[in-house]
Design a protein around this ligand. Structure first.
Ligand SMILES: C[S@@+](CC[C@H](N)C(=O)[O-])C[C@H]1O[C@@H](n2cnc3c(N)ncnc32)[C@H](O)[C@@H]1O
Length: 266
């Protein structure tokens, strides 16, 4: 079955919105559901990408500020938020948010700060800008094999090239639920509720899954460095691995998994 991708532009921002946000948005909805009701609450979304979560929060009547270090990401968020009168977007670095302390009811970083080795600085900043007894919401891939399309690619790559890395070890921090909880409490949260959430991911077209993912996967150094023959072998093995998740109608449904965290700011 084929769904048409939304037209979000042909460049890297459009690519992120079509492919990256497609994987993250189901978790945005789950996180917002946990934080409801949002009516009239001031919410900052840190490392907001193309703004999928911010739009969904604005639709739920939150007063949203979408922030990202990339001016192009922010421009796309601003465009998508234009019809909401209580929403805005701005360029900010999560390690030093240019905003007053205690100015938000909820600070969110959805597949944002936890993707970076500097995430503890990001957490300190999220807590600084959240009012007392406010909330912090975070998500991140569990980093296990097959927890996302990229992690399925990492498993297949490791099987074919055990002596190489798809992406450098340590590029993404890894944690257990207990380690995450400990870090949140240590940073000053009074409670931290963490669970592993699941959402089925399907490509737009299951027979074309590998070519759809290819532009995203080319960003991985190990993949970009393959010879043409190695690339061809990998793509064949990847198609087979994806097919292992197809249902009776041939639609690929990868059960993606992410940590979902809601903490009280203390
Ligand atoms: C995986 S994307 C997540 C985007 C979006 N929240 C989502 O879930 O689809 C990570 C985002 O972090 C942003 N980013 C990277 N470094 C950053 C920094 N120092 N401060 C703020 N944003 C940053 C990137 O520009 C990118 O948009």
């Amino acid at each position: 079955m084929t769904n048409s991708p939304i037209d979000a532009g042909a460049g890297p921002i459009g690519l992120y919105e079509r492919m990256g946000e497609r994987a993250t948005q189901p978790f945005a909805i789950q996180l917002l559901d946990q934080l409801m009701p949002l009516d009239g609450l001031a919410v900052i979304d840190v490392a907001s990408g193309t703004g999928g979560l911010a739009v969904a929060a604005a639709e739920r009547d939150a007063w949203v500020t979408a922030t990202d270090i990339s001016p192009d990401m922010v421009a796309r968020s601003a465009e998508r938020l234009r019809s909401f009168k209580n929403a805005r977007a701005g360029v900010m670095d999560f390690r030093s948010l240019g905003t007053a302390g205690a100015s938000y009811d909820i600070a969110i970083s959805h597949f944002g700060i936890l993707a970076f080795p500097t995430w503890r600085l990001g957490l300190d900043e999220l807590l600084r800008v959240t009012r007392r007894q406010g909330r912090v919401g975070l998500t991140m891939w569990t980093q296990e094999d097959d927890c996302s399309p990229a992690h399925l690619m990492r498993r297949v790559f490791a099987q074919l090239h055990p002596d190489r890395e798809l992406w450098p070890a340590g590029m993404f921090p890894t944690f257990s639920q207990d380690e995450l909880r400990e870090s949140l409490l240590e940073a000053g949260c009074s409670t931290a509720n963490i669970h592993v959430a699941q959402a089925d991911w399907s490509p737009y077209s299951s027979p074309d899954v590998v070519s759809e993912c290819d532009p995203m996967f080319r960003g991985f150094p190990g993949y970009a460095a393959l010879s043409p023959d190695e690339g061809e072998n990998l793509r064949e093995a990847l198609q087979q691995a994806f097919n292992g998740y197809a249902d009776a109608q041939g639609i690929i449904r990868l059960p993606t998994r992410a940590f979902m965290i809601v903490a009280a700011s203390g």
